[in-house]
Ligand binder design. Structure first.
Ligand SMILES: Cc1ncc(C[n+]2csc(CCOP(=O)(O)OP(=O)(O)O)c2C)c(N)n1
Ligand SMILES: [Mg+2]
Length: 797
């Protein structure tokens, strides 16, 4: 590296460390913080990565590269963007404040070009891997020709490597021939609570090599390398190599005199090495001992630039947590904060005048115009903001509906996708399906038969070649449109997150459809939440669900997922009962996924209909009779908004049965029986408790803020009912999903659903057991109707 480059990079490294520290200090001590909350976890963690991030952002990265930054290094990231002119002083001053720079880099909430959000450790790491696989997918399909291949880079805390989802991703990456992925482990040997186990790097090294990764260990800086070449240097190296993590950290904290004492005690009577130690001042000795690979700009830049292949690389970079700050190395430093006195000292050491703390080039050895020129030439920033866009893929007015008298929604899903797969449309070409080893059992088989599996290299189905009859054609090719995953559900969600950001990261729109068994949403829930937080766009199809899967296994029954569907931000949840509803919802979904999420949703469109989002369809394997009806514009709109009258209540309606999903036959049968004793019974088909509920709360908030005429879909639907009318709700899921409807206009309501799971049996057995069958609905109706008794009641089990 030339001297000029090194001088500029060193100046910027100093500035990153300063600005990040000042940002945190400002948030803690200089901003009004009535709740007294302090910024913990950032100071030491950021300092640990300051050199590595300087090397990457100011020297190594290219505009097409994408980075997931360790959550607590977000002050470094914002400081770097500030130096590039992409982040404002106001946002830095308001770090962690309302609409200020975010604690953890956020794609959706930060405005300074964050590539991947981080926060829940481990997820951003895996996201880089899947994003690289998606880049391969896009390239293999002949798209994004003008966009150079980027490297997907994760900056990882060493304790973050404890997260299991990283290893699940590693396996998946190996299966798919992962390329262009760099993981840089900030090996500071400290976590939140403690100093980590000895020798962990050896396990990491062996494991990564095992999975075909190149491993680069950055242990010593240039100063150390030079000292090792001096007489006695080898002895010093051996001492460093065998020094326990705890002791090394403690000495880093204590500084030069402590290093001298310890080294002299341990190896100081050995001639040459004594001279090596003695000829250095305390400061020089401390600088030498803390000159680890991860804090040495020339070593880092060289190591990164030496990579001349596209195989994945793991860099294990030795660092010191809190490097360059008075809390460096202390085992309690995770939440450590610098005192105003310490900050003054740092300010002095960095030549920053009071009142000039935010000046970009204050106190640096290099002239501002020279640094400005250097920054102007930094490759990473040459193209400006790096977010890409992609046009919308047209979605036909309607999706072809399978014509079968009786079907399950799961079966219908497979048939609808099959029809799309047969069509020669951009919609069909841009759909990419993926599933964690449940492709066939969630009915994706027909789509995969037509559109093939994706792999960078063609691989024919041996069974087909051998002419062994099989329902499924398992051919892999670069043009395939199904990405087969192993069982790990976390991988499904992070894959959907990566596929669902393709328009923004790779400049090519994909319409991802992922399937899994409904209960296993809970296995991957944090990753699903992460995908939503990043505003990735996908259609999640979960089937089978509830206790309706009956004999298939009590362990697989899902109860909580309808509530997840309501509560998960960024995800519009639907649970259709009939396949024509499903086709309507999927049609809406492919459009909704592509709507522009640029703005925050406001009170008027709380349903995010303008901003769009992802979808969750909870489907079932239960075959039920399909209604023969025309899909009118009104019905379409109501299905999308969350509910419609399956049987419109008359003027004397005393009871409404509101159902969701696969219990439709029970609800309709109960209404039929009730009609014999009670007039005008209504049946409300709820296709989305989520959207219905969101609309209601949004309208209420709007009214509270003065929009007097705001009215939601559910309010409008039930407005004609008298206050005396009772409600029975029923769902194969937690009864709280629909219970809130009683509060909309103050109706008496009984909510039926499932609260315990694990029992197997036929659907009839289980509906009776859990009290969601026709008889249970009649009992509940009896409880909410005043007056005449309900006929046909049998005893409940
Ligand atoms: C899934 C998850 N669990 C726990 C946390 C809380 N947490 C944040 S950072 C951290 C320790 C991180 O240690 P390391 O990855 O080594 O980074 P360092 O602090 O050394 O920079 C923990 C436990 C989190 N952010 N995400
Ligand atoms: Mg650490």
């Amino acid at each position: 590296m030339t001297d000029r480059r090194l001088t500029a990079l060193s100046a910027l490294e100093q500035k990153v460390l300063w600005l990040a520290s000042w940002t945190i200090h400002h948030a803690n001590h200089l901003r009004d913080s009535p709740d007294g909350l302090k910024v913990g976890g950032h100071q030491a963690s950021s300092a640990s990565l300051a050199t590595i991030m300087t090397a990457l952002y100011f020297a190594v990265l290219r505009p097409e590269d994408r980075v997931a930054v360790k959550p607590h290094a977000s002050p470094n990231f914002h400081a770097i963007q500030y130096l590039f002119g992409n982040q404002s002083r106001a946002k830095l001053e308001n770090f962690r404040g309302y609409k200020g720079a975010q604690s953890y880099p956020s794609r959706t909430k930060d405005g300074d070009d964050v590539d991947f959000s981080t926060g829940s450790v481990g997820l951003g790491v895996a996201q880089t891997l899947f994003s690289s696989l998606v880049q391969d997918y896009v390239k293999a399909h002949g798209w994004a020709k003008s966009q150079p291949e980027g490297r997907m880079i994760a900056l990882i805390g060493d304790a973050e490597m404890d997260e299991g989802n990283i290893y699940e991703a590693l396996i998946e990456g190996w299966k798919h021939g992962l390329r262009n992925t760099w993981w840089v482990v900030d090996y500071n040997r400290q976590s939140l609570d403690a100093v980590i186990r000895e020798g962990l790097w050896e396990r990491f090294e062996a494991m990564f090599r095992n999975f075909g990764w190149d491993v680069v260990i950055l242990k010593y800086g240039k100063l150390q390398e030079a000292a090792f070449a001096e007489p006695g240097g080898e002895r010093l190296r051996t001492w460093i190599d065998t020094c326990p993590n705890q002791l090394f950290s403690a000495l880093c904290f204590q500084g030069g005199a402590a290093w001298r004492k310890r080294l002299t005690d341990d190896i100081g009577d050995q001639g040459a090495v004594s001279r090596l130690i003695d000829k250095r001042s305390d400061d020089e000795l401390a600088r030498l001992m803390t000159n680890l690979g991860g804090h040495d700009l020339p070593s880092l830049v060289e190591a990164f630039e030496r990579i001349d292949h596209d195989r994945p690389v793991c860099f294990i970079a030795y660092t010191i947590k809190g490097f360059g700050l008075p809390l460096q190395g202390h085992k309690d430093n995770h939440a450590g904060l610098m005192t105003p006195g310490q900050m003054d000292k740092l300010r002095g050491a960095m030549n920053v005048r009071a009142g000039h703390e935010w000046d970009r080039f204050e106190g640096l050895a290099l002239a501002p115009d020279e640094l400005e020129r250097f920054l102007g030439k930094v490759p990473f920033a040459r193209k400006g903001p790096r977010r890409l866009t992609a046009p919308k893929i047209p979605v036909p007015e309607t999706l072809a509906l399978p014509a079968q008298a009786a079907m399950s929604t799961q079966q219908g899903f497979g048939l609808i996708l099959n029809e799309i797969a047969r069509s020669d449309t951009p919609l069909a070409d841009r759909i990419v399906t993926t599933s964690p080893d449940v492709t066939v059992s969630t009915n994706l088989g027909a789509f995969v038969n037509r559109r093939g599996l994706f792999a960078r290299e063609t691989l024919a189905d041996t069974f087909k070649q051998e002419r062994i009859p099989s329902t499924f054609n398992w051919d892999f090719s670069p043009k395939g449109q199904h990405i087969e995953l192993g069982i790990a559900e976390m991988n499904l969600f992070i894959m959907l997150s990566a596929l669902g950001l393709s328009h923004s990261i790779h400049g090519e729109r994909l319409l991802p459809v992922g399937t899994l068994y409904d209960p296993f949403i809970q296995r991957g829930l944090d990753a699903l939440n992460y995908a939503c937080y990043q505003d990735a766009r996908f259609m999640l199809v979960a089937t089978p669900s509830g206790v309706t899967l009956a004999p298939e296994g009590g362990a697989h029954q899902s109860i909580a997922t309808p509530l997840i569907g309501i509560a998960q931000d960024g995800l519009a949840a639907f649970e259709p009962a009939f396949v024509d509803e499903l086709a309507t919802i999927m049609r809406f979904g492919f459009d909704y996924m592509q709507r522009d999420g640029g703005d925050d949703p406001d009170e008027a469109n709380w349903l995010r209909d303008e901003t769009g989002g992802s979808l969750y369809l909870r489907l079932s394997t239960r075959t039920i009779e399909q209604p023969q009806r025309a899909m009118t514009a009104e019905l379409t709109r109501d299905i999308v908004n969350g509910a419609y009258w399956m049987r419109r209540p008359g003027p004397n309606c005393q009871v409404v049965i509101a159902y969701t999903g696969t219990v439709a036959p029970e609800a309709i049968a109960a209404a039929g029986l009730l009609a014999e004793s009670h007039r005008d019974v209504g049946v409300l088909a709820i296709t989305s408790a989520d959207r219905l509920n969101a609309g209601w709360t949004a309208a209420e908030r709007a009214r509270q803020r003065g929009v007097g005429n705001a009215m939601s879909h559910i309010e409008r639907l039930i407005a004609p009912l008298s206050r005396e009318c009772g409600f029975v709700t029923v769902i194969d899921g937690h009864p709280a999903t629909l219970a809130w409807i009683g509060s909309v206009h103050g109706h008496r309501l009984k909510s039926l659903g499932v609260e315990h799971f694990g029992q197997t049996g036929t659907i009839g057995d289980l509906y009776r057991h859990f009290g969601i069958d026709t008889n249970a609905i009649l009992h509940a109706a009896q409880a909410v109707i005043s007056g005449r008794p309900v006929r046909y009641l049998a005893a409940l089990p």
